[in-house]
Unconditional design. Sequence first.
Length: 168
Amino acid sequence: MDITTTVQELINSYRRYYDIHEEEAASFPELAARCDLHMTQSNYVLSKKNVLWSADSHEYCYIFEADHLDLDTYRRFEDYVYRNGMELIDPKPGHMCSVLSVIVICKSASPDARRAMKHCHIHKNFRFSLDGWMDMRTGLLELESGHVVTNMSGHEAKKHLQQLAKAS
């Protein structure tokens, strides 16, 4: 399976629950799409007018495609996601967490890029976590080898990418 087909399958798998922004790809050449998920959890008494607590969670998943992923290219992706994602996050009372995800589909990757993705640990607290936090997830799928790499936060993405690798 080629990169474009795999990326479209991945985007289609997100389509049910996520808002897909494929037009954002015009601003960054390797970006295929940004997928946004917004959830609100709350608890109330007797009626929905009497809210005890409410918490908002957000995920911004950036899907990139590249023939070969090297360390410099990965750092460009990571920097773009961090800068662009932080503009989307609105830390206010009621905000619990936001997750920025870097998903890369490529034919091959250098060992340095794999290592950097695996050891990525970007975390930010807003007002000592009173207004929530931000965490960055990474995920890599190498099509030639079927190899999947994620950081510690990206285990959910790992299962999804492994299923995608089996299908291709």
